[in-house]
Ligand binder design. Structure first.
Ligand code: TNX
Length: 524
């Protein structure tokens, strides 16, 4: 009699559980394929993690550490009789970079992939399924799914500007954690600009010591920058999360901080943008910047460096009266200052190519003549589609980061007032989500598109709290726009809701899209 009772209660529980199950796995970005399996996997300290191929050893430790830190469950690595198992399996059939599959049953979870990025993505999906459930008496019940998944775009990026305001290594690590949680895999680090230079260069120590002083809102604040040791630490932290870090050393404009440290290489500026440029008319400028880039190249294994190239015309008026520039123009038959700008960039790109590194730049460089297989253009001026078209026509690879909707210094709600707006438009969560490549690029040129990226410029962002508010939850929408083939905003919002609690638990200050007035927009 007693056993029948237990069986009936058990059945009722299972039925209730199946009934309550969501239509989609609780994963952002939504996997390409999924089917529900009407079983429940129990994760506890008796669960064993089995690494079937040494290739996945590093990832297996990552998974173990994450389950411990998120849920206080120390899964073991030794299979015990009767215990559930998580297996990391090599499957060479998953050819696409980043692809993985998960098959689950009550007794085991098998995550498989052909390579490490794929297994990492599978681990993240599993962690998401686990994350939204609470542990009871040391175990977590996880609904079972079979999943087959791969990314839509190879480049799913986020840029943070630490020149205007400096956030520091702990904040950057936290950002990398959340990027990894959403399978964002390119961190573009804007380290130099007008207010400050934020990276130590051994050959030119004043760049950090003098150039590191100040911020966009306080020109006197003490020097803040990353030592080379810290850079290595960030790069390694990112690598553990399969994130490639791409440094940006902005030139020939946005160079004021560098020019404060080494004025002999300044090409002057304008009234509004003093000391804005490097001097293209001084032959030594090229060697100076190449020496800087050689150190940067050693520190960042990405083998690609972003050289900016944006908005040079804001502050290059002194070039017209510069004897060195005049000489350069006649020697190389450069007709105007735009030609000088491009000449400068071609020479600097050449320095990168000699380091076997790729050249990355903003869309002002869409028409520069460079080898198309070594050049990536970032399209940002959403009101200038012709520049995107030029980059595509030149066969350059492109990353799309149009201001609307991908500039996260723009506000995300009509009531917000501190951040930027473009006329009356801004970058609402649903617009980030709705990004559709077909609106920008013809089918036949889409093979040039590496992916998408959001940029967090920080003129109006000083505090961690505000940085968080501008990023979360918009990076969740960015992630799904960059990964999933089919999108549905309502289903996204359903899956997003429990993530807001995860932000809260991590003490992240976010924009509550479900109740916009609840957490107010922080001041700068
Ligand atoms: C344009 S995007 C810039 C940045 C500013 C940003 C503010 C780009 C390549 N240049 O220097 O911070 O607008 O939204």
């Amino acid at each position: 009699m007693k056993s029948i009772k237990i069986i009936i209660t058990g059945l009722l529980l299972i039925v209730a559980n199946i009934k309550a199950r969501p239509q989609q796995p609780q994963i952002i970005p939504l996997p390409q394929q999924y089917t529900a399996v009407p079983q429940t996997f129990v994760l506890s300290k008796n669960t064993a993690l089995v690494v079937e191929d040494k290739l996945f050893s590093e990832e297996s430790f990552f998974l173990q550490k994450e389950i411990l830190s998120r849920k206080a469950i120390p899964v073991s690595r030794k299979p015990a009789p009767g215990a559930t198992t998580i297996r990391l399996r090599k499957n060479n059939k998953q050819v696409q970079q980043g692809a993985y599959s998960i098959s689950m049953s009550a007794s085991e979870v098998v995550i498989s992939a052909a390579e490490e990025e794929g297994i990492f993505n599978g681990i993240i999906s599993f962690l998401q399924l686990v994350s939204v459930n609470e542990a009871r008496n040391g175990s977590i019940l996880v609904n079972c799914w079979n999943i087959g998944d791969f990314p839509k775009y190879a480049w799913r990026g986020l840029m943070i500007d630490e020149s205007r305001h400096f956030f520091g290594i702990e904040k950057i690590k936290s950002v990398l954690d959340w990027m990894a949680f959403y399978k964002l895999n390119r961190f573009h680090w804007h380290l130099t600009d007008e207010p400050a230079w934020r990276i130590e260069i051994k050959k030119y120590p004043m760049l950090a010591l003098v150039g590191g002083i100040g911020s966009h809102t306080d020109s006197a604040t003490v020097a803040k920058f990353y030592t080379q040791q810290q850079i290595k630490e960030v790069v390694a932290y990112a690598a553990e999360r399969k994130i490639v870090v791409i440094p940006e050393i902005d030139m020939p404009g946005h160079a004021r901080a560098a020019n404060r440290a080494y004025p002999q290489f300044s090409g002057g500026g304008s009234e509004k943008y003093p000391d804005f440029t490097f001097d293209p008319g001084n032959p030594q400028t090229y060697q100076y910047l190449t020496d800087i880039l050689r150190e940067v190249d050693v520190l960042f294994p990405a083998k690609m460096i972003h050289l900016g190239g944006d908005e040079v015309s804001f502050g290059n008026e002194k070039w017209s009266s510069n004897a060195g520039v005049k000489k350069l123009m006649s020697q190389h038959r450069l007709k105007n200052l735009k030609d000088v700008e491009q000449y400068f960039m071609q020479r600097m790109a050449d320095s990168l190519f000699r380091m076997n590194s790729k050249f990355l730049a903003w869309d002002e460089m869409a028409n520069v003549k460079l080898p198309s297989d070594k050049t990536i253009i970032f399209w940002w001026r959403h009101d200038q589609k012709k520049d995107l078209q030029a980059a595509l026509d030149n066969n350059y690879s492109v990353v799309l980061c149009p201001r609307i909707p991908f500039y996260f210094d723009f506000v995300q709600d009509s009531t917000h007032a501190v951040g930027r707006k473009w006329k009356n438009t801004y970058a609402a969560l649903k617009d980030v989500y709705a990004f559709d490549l077909n609106e920008y690029v013809d089918k036949k040129q889409q093979q040039h598109v590496l992916g998408i990226q959001a940029n967090v410029w920080t003129e109006t962002i000083i505090s961690n709290e505000r940085l968080e508010y501008m990023m979360y939850p918009r990076i969740s929408a960015l992630a799904e726009a960059g990964w999933s083939a089919t999108k549905d905003y309502d289903s996204f919002l359903k899956r997003l809701a429990p993530h807001l609690s995860l932000f809260q638990k991590s003490r992240i200050y976010y924009f509550d899209v479900f109740s916009p007035g609840r957490l107010s927009e922080p001041r700068m």
